[in-house]
Design a protein around this ligand. Structure first.
Ligand SMILES: C[S@@+](CC[C@H](N)C(=O)[O-])C[C@H]1O[C@@H](n2cnc3c(N)ncnc32)[C@H](O)[C@@H]1O
Length: 191
Protein backbone atom coordinates (compact mmCIF):
# COMPACT_ATOMS: atom_id res chain seq x y z
CA UNK A 1 0.00 0.00 0.00
CA UNK A 2 2.80 2.39 0.95
CA UNK A 3 4.67 1.69 -2.30
CA UNK A 4 1.47 2.19 -4.29
CA UNK A 5 0.83 5.59 -2.63
CA UNK A 6 4.43 6.60 -3.15
CA UNK A 7 4.35 5.68 -6.85
CA UNK A 8 1.00 7.45 -7.27
CA UNK A 9 2.38 10.63 -5.66
CA UNK A 10 5.49 10.54 -7.86
CA UNK A 11 3.25 10.08 -10.91
CA UNK A 12 1.08 13.05 -9.93
CA UNK A 13 4.11 15.27 -9.31
CA UNK A 14 5.64 14.29 -12.67
CA UNK A 15 2.33 14.91 -14.43
CA UNK A 16 1.96 18.39 -12.90
CA UNK A 17 5.59 19.21 -13.68
CA UNK A 18 5.23 18.09 -17.29
CA UNK A 19 2.04 20.14 -17.65
CA UNK A 20 3.83 23.17 -16.23
CA UNK A 21 6.79 22.74 -18.62
CA UNK A 22 4.42 22.46 -21.58
CA UNK A 23 2.53 25.53 -20.41
CA UNK A 24 5.81 27.52 -20.29
CA UNK A 25 6.90 26.25 -23.74
CA UNK A 26 3.54 27.10 -25.34
CA UNK A 27 3.47 30.54 -23.65
CA UNK A 28 7.03 31.25 -24.81
CA UNK A 29 6.07 30.53 -28.40
CA UNK A 30 2.67 32.17 -28.45
CA UNK A 31 2.72 35.08 -26.00
CA UNK A 32 5.07 37.97 -26.85
CA UNK A 33 4.35 39.68 -23.51
CA UNK A 34 5.30 36.52 -21.58
CA UNK A 35 8.50 36.20 -23.65
CA UNK A 36 9.58 39.73 -22.82
CA UNK A 37 8.97 39.57 -19.07
CA UNK A 38 11.80 38.71 -16.76
CA UNK A 39 10.91 35.64 -14.73
CA UNK A 40 11.45 35.54 -11.00
CA UNK A 41 15.14 34.79 -10.61
CA UNK A 42 16.57 36.45 -7.50
CA UNK A 43 19.90 38.26 -7.48
CA UNK A 44 22.44 35.91 -5.98
CA UNK A 45 26.17 35.40 -5.63
CA UNK A 46 28.82 37.90 -6.57
CA UNK A 47 26.50 40.23 -8.50
CA UNK A 48 24.21 40.58 -5.47
CA UNK A 49 27.20 41.21 -3.21
CA UNK A 50 28.64 43.83 -5.58
CA UNK A 51 25.30 45.66 -5.80
CA UNK A 52 24.74 45.58 -2.02
CA UNK A 53 28.26 46.85 -1.30
CA UNK A 54 28.23 49.51 -4.05
CA UNK A 55 24.83 50.87 -2.96
CA UNK A 56 25.97 50.76 0.67
CA UNK A 57 28.95 52.96 -0.19
CA UNK A 58 26.61 55.62 -1.61
CA UNK A 59 24.09 55.38 1.24
CA UNK A 60 26.77 55.55 3.92
CA UNK A 61 28.05 58.86 2.58
CA UNK A 62 24.69 60.50 2.10
CA UNK A 63 23.60 63.14 4.60
CA UNK A 64 20.02 63.30 3.26
CA UNK A 65 17.46 60.51 3.27
CA UNK A 66 17.73 58.60 0.01
CA UNK A 67 15.00 56.74 -1.83
CA UNK A 68 16.09 53.40 -3.28
CA UNK A 69 13.77 51.65 -5.74
CA UNK A 70 13.89 48.08 -7.01
CA UNK A 71 11.64 47.78 -10.10
CA UNK A 72 10.72 44.10 -10.31
CA UNK A 73 11.72 43.38 -6.72
CA UNK A 74 10.50 39.77 -6.68
CA UNK A 75 10.46 38.51 -3.10
CA UNK A 76 12.41 41.64 -2.10
CA UNK A 77 15.80 40.06 -1.37
CA UNK A 78 17.91 43.01 -2.52
CA UNK A 79 16.06 45.83 -0.81
CA UNK A 80 15.43 43.85 2.38
CA UNK A 81 19.18 43.43 2.91
CA UNK A 82 19.75 47.13 2.28
CA UNK A 83 16.74 48.30 4.31
CA UNK A 84 17.94 46.39 7.37
CA UNK A 85 21.40 47.88 7.00
CA UNK A 86 20.18 51.46 6.50
CA UNK A 87 17.06 52.18 8.56
CA UNK A 88 17.55 55.92 7.93
CA UNK A 89 16.93 55.58 4.17
CA UNK A 90 13.74 54.66 2.31
CA UNK A 91 13.23 51.59 0.11
CA UNK A 92 10.54 50.82 -2.45
CA UNK A 93 10.04 47.48 -4.18
CA UNK A 94 7.75 47.26 -7.20
CA UNK A 95 6.44 43.86 -8.25
CA UNK A 96 3.42 42.97 -10.36
CA UNK A 97 3.32 39.26 -9.51
CA UNK A 98 0.40 38.65 -7.11
CA UNK A 99 1.83 35.93 -4.90
CA UNK A 100 5.41 37.20 -5.21
CA UNK A 101 4.50 40.74 -4.14
CA UNK A 102 2.40 39.40 -1.27
CA UNK A 103 5.38 37.42 0.02
CA UNK A 104 7.60 40.51 -0.35
CA UNK A 105 5.01 42.48 1.67
CA UNK A 106 4.99 39.86 4.43
CA UNK A 107 8.79 39.80 4.51
CA UNK A 108 8.95 43.59 4.85
CA UNK A 109 6.08 43.89 7.34
CA UNK A 110 8.34 44.87 10.19
CA UNK A 111 10.58 47.20 8.18
CA UNK A 112 9.25 50.71 8.70
CA UNK A 113 11.45 52.13 5.94
CA UNK A 114 10.25 49.76 3.21
CA UNK A 115 7.22 49.78 0.95
CA UNK A 116 6.17 47.15 -1.59
CA UNK A 117 3.94 48.27 -4.45
CA UNK A 118 2.02 45.73 -6.49
CA UNK A 119 2.02 47.30 -9.94
CA UNK A 120 3.71 47.52 -13.32
CA UNK A 121 6.90 49.52 -12.82
CA UNK A 122 6.38 51.23 -16.17
CA UNK A 123 3.48 53.06 -14.46
CA UNK A 124 5.68 54.21 -11.57
CA UNK A 125 7.12 57.72 -11.46
CA UNK A 126 10.87 57.32 -10.92
CA UNK A 127 11.52 61.08 -10.72
CA UNK A 128 11.79 61.18 -6.94
CA UNK A 129 14.14 58.28 -6.39
CA UNK A 130 17.88 58.62 -5.89
CA UNK A 131 19.01 55.05 -6.50
CA UNK A 132 17.59 52.31 -8.70
CA UNK A 133 18.70 48.70 -8.35
CA UNK A 134 17.46 46.28 -10.98
CA UNK A 135 17.77 42.77 -12.31
CA UNK A 136 15.60 42.51 -15.37
CA UNK A 137 16.05 41.11 -18.86
CA UNK A 138 17.76 42.03 -22.14
CA UNK A 139 14.55 42.47 -24.12
CA UNK A 140 13.27 45.04 -21.62
CA UNK A 141 16.33 47.22 -21.15
CA UNK A 142 15.85 49.67 -24.03
CA UNK A 143 12.28 50.47 -22.95
CA UNK A 144 13.41 50.64 -19.32
CA UNK A 145 16.23 53.09 -20.17
CA UNK A 146 13.77 55.31 -22.04
CA UNK A 147 11.41 55.25 -19.05
CA UNK A 148 14.19 56.24 -16.62
CA UNK A 149 15.32 59.07 -18.91
CA UNK A 150 11.73 60.24 -19.41
CA UNK A 151 11.02 60.42 -15.66
CA UNK A 152 14.35 61.95 -14.68
CA UNK A 153 14.24 65.52 -13.30
CA UNK A 154 17.14 67.52 -11.96
CA UNK A 155 18.30 65.31 -9.05
CA UNK A 156 21.22 62.93 -9.42
CA UNK A 157 20.21 59.31 -9.91
CA UNK A 158 22.45 56.27 -9.79
CA UNK A 159 21.27 53.07 -11.41
CA UNK A 160 22.77 49.66 -10.63
CA UNK A 161 21.86 46.93 -13.10
CA UNK A 162 22.58 43.28 -12.46
CA UNK A 163 23.82 41.54 -15.65
CA UNK A 164 22.01 43.66 -18.25
CA UNK A 165 23.18 46.88 -19.85
CA UNK A 166 20.73 49.75 -20.14
CA UNK A 167 21.05 51.33 -23.60
CA UNK A 168 20.88 55.12 -23.70
CA UNK A 169 22.00 55.76 -20.12
CA UNK A 170 25.47 57.13 -19.32
CA UNK A 171 27.61 54.27 -18.00
CA UNK A 172 30.04 55.32 -15.28
CA UNK A 173 31.35 51.91 -14.27
CA UNK A 174 31.18 48.27 -15.28
CA UNK A 175 32.16 45.79 -12.60
CA UNK A 176 33.18 42.47 -14.10
CA UNK A 177 31.97 39.61 -11.99
CA UNK A 178 32.87 36.65 -14.00
CA UNK A 179 32.21 33.37 -15.45
CA UNK A 180 28.50 32.69 -15.28
CA UNK A 181 27.14 32.09 -18.77
CA UNK A 182 23.89 34.02 -18.35
CA UNK A 183 24.29 36.44 -15.47
CA UNK A 184 27.44 38.46 -15.02
CA UNK A 185 28.72 42.00 -14.41
CA UNK A 186 27.12 44.93 -12.72
CA UNK A 187 26.54 48.12 -14.73
CA UNK A 188 26.41 51.46 -12.96
CA UNK A 189 24.87 54.54 -14.57
CA UNK A 190 24.54 58.12 -13.40
CA UNK A 191 22.02 60.74 -14.52
C1 LIG B 1 14.83 38.65 -12.24
S1 LIG B 1 13.61 39.04 -11.01
C2 LIG B 1 14.54 40.11 -9.95
C3 LIG B 1 14.12 40.09 -8.50
C4 LIG B 1 14.89 41.07 -7.60
N1 LIG B 1 14.98 42.40 -8.15
C5 LIG B 1 16.28 40.59 -7.26
O1 LIG B 1 17.24 41.15 -7.80
O2 LIG B 1 16.41 39.64 -6.48
C6 LIG B 1 12.56 40.15 -11.94
C7 LIG B 1 11.20 40.41 -11.34
O3 LIG B 1 10.61 41.50 -12.06
C8 LIG B 1 9.20 41.32 -12.09
N2 LIG B 1 8.69 42.15 -13.19
C9 LIG B 1 8.97 41.99 -14.50
N3 LIG B 1 8.38 42.96 -15.24
C10 LIG B 1 7.72 43.75 -14.35
C11 LIG B 1 6.93 44.94 -14.49
N4 LIG B 1 6.74 45.50 -15.69
N5 LIG B 1 6.40 45.49 -13.39
C12 LIG B 1 6.62 44.93 -12.15
N6 LIG B 1 7.36 43.81 -11.96
C13 LIG B 1 7.91 43.23 -13.04
C14 LIG B 1 9.05 39.83 -12.29
O4 LIG B 1 7.77 39.40 -11.86
C15 LIG B 1 10.19 39.28 -11.44
O5 LIG B 1 9.74 38.96 -10.14
Amino acid sequence: MFVFCLLLSINIVCFVLLGWIWYIIIKLYTDKHFRECPPYVPSVGLEKKVIIESVSEVLKLSAKQMIVVDPGCGFGGLIITLAKRFPEHKFVGIEWGGIVSKIAKIRTNKLKNTQILKQDFFDYDFSKCDIIVCFLMDSLMKKFGEKIKHDHKETTQIIFSNSFEIPGLPLIKEIKTGKNLFFKNVYIYKL
